[in-house]
Ligand binder design. Structure first.
Ligand code: SF4
Length: 384
């Protein structure tokens, strides 16, 4: 574990004091099964340590409350892994601790990521009673073949049932995730996936282009020739199909991979894209603090057992000097259609992006064009 400079009670990257944290992320790293494409910090077969893990999370939150300055929390986000694997009583306990430890704004967005297979009536009730008002449901697809390639152990019936249950019980804001550019997936089957996703009636849809991450089962299968490459033209075509279908259904693309009905953009994710301070608790969770000029990020030990046993969860961190922090802020700001006011010192890069048709000026801001959203990696290369 790397040596870290001691973290001051109020982080002061440039000696001026960090802005208070108003966004809280909690990582729940447990899954029933490791999906073939997944390289997240998520582990199967560790259910037995969940109670100890929740205790450790609570210790970290109480300690963070003492160490750092928190404002009124605008968003709380349970991500994973699979937060819906938490037994109802442990989810309730954790939510109670958050509400009693922090000042959670009355209109805070409180999101929980759920897997359809581990979403049941008791849990949905516990989430609603505990203050969760946004569910992010990992549907990923409906077609058996695509789900099999992804090694997802959920099916269309479970996704439809979980969505219907949460909605019927009063979950006011539901997002679903869908994956495209899956090997063997035709344009028609992707369009059918979009159609079925839209038919559920979500408020928000995230679509992710499948990537083959080194070390995953899917990556090995491709290396062995058991699943084919996906032609980049097919990726573009499927992204284009998503844009048309989702816009026709009343969703606006507000970020590279995200579409929302008006007023349902993810407030928590906006905190990352706007480089707001976010405190991340749990195994492998990242925190980001800034005074608006310089920034610092740090991250916790990744393995749940190490995290649970650690007296100090932080593994390592880095200071971001002003130029690097501004470049990151520009790269992230240009992920969303709101864009940002152009920062000083990036005139040349912005001119190049304007000339390439990747961004445009809108009032006093720079915003990505449709091409810029589709080719955001080129924006990132130019400004980082
Ligand atoms: S459920 Fe999500 S986090 Fe868990 S293994 Fe599958 S893709 Fe990864």
């Amino acid at each position: 574990m790397a040596e870290l400079a001691p973290l001051a009670p109020t982080l002061s990257p440039s000696g001026r004091g960090s802005l208070p944290f108003q966004h809280l992320y909690l990582h729940i790293p447990f899954c029933k099964h490791k999906c073939g494409y997944c390289d997240f910090n998520a582990y199967a077969g560790m259910d037995r340590i969940i109670p100890d893990y929740v205790d450790a999370l609570e210790r970290e939150l109480l300690s963070a409350r003492e160490q750092y300055q928190f404002g009124s929390l605008e968003t709380v986000y349970f991500g994973g892994g699979t937060p819906s694997l938490l037994p109802a009583e442990l989810a309730s306990k954790l939510l109670r601790l958050i509400y009693s430890t922090f000042d959670v704004a009355p209109d805070a967005e409180v999101t929980l990521e759920a897997n359809p297979a581990s979403t049941d009536e008791r849990k949905v009730q516990a989430w609603l009673d505990g203050g969760v008002n946004r569910l992010s449901l990992g549907v990923q697809g409906f077609e058996p073949r695509a789900l099999a390639v992804l090694e997802r152990r959920t099916d269309a019936a479970q996704a439809t049932r979980a969505f219907g249950l949460a909605r019927a019980m009063g979950m006011p804001n539901i997002s679903i995730d869908l994956i495209y550019a899956v090997p063997f997936q035709s344009r028609e089957s992707w369009l059918e996936t979009l159609r079925r996703g839209i038919a559920l009636g979500p408020d928000h849809i995230s679509t992710y282009c499948l990537t083959f991450e080194e070390g995953t089962l899917l990556w090995r299968r491709r290396a062995e020739g058991r699943v084919p490459e996906v032609d980049p033209d097919i990726q573009w075509d499927q992204l284009d199909a998503a844009c048309s279908a989702l816009e026709a259904a009343g969703f606006a693309r507000y970020e590279v991979s995200n579409w929302a009905k008006p007023g349902f953009e993810s407030r928590h994710n906006h905190a990352y894209w706007r480089c707001r301070p976010v405190y991340g608790a749990g195994a492998g969770a990242h925190s980001y603090a800034t005074d608006g000029i310089s920034s610092r990020r740090w991250w916790n030990v990744a393995r749940p057992r190490d995290y649970t046993a650690a007296s100090e969860p932080v593994a390592d961190g880095e200071d971001l000097p002003p130029r690097k922090a501004a470049g990151e802020a520009l790269m992230l700001g240009l992920r969303t259609t709101e864009g940002m006011a152009p920062p000083d010192g990036f005139d040349r890069e912005l001119q190049e992006l304007l000339a390439a048709g990747l961004i445009e000026r809108e009032g006093g801001r720079v915003v990505p064009t449709r091409r810029g959203l589709d080719l955001h990696n080129q924006i990132a290369l130019a400004v980082l």
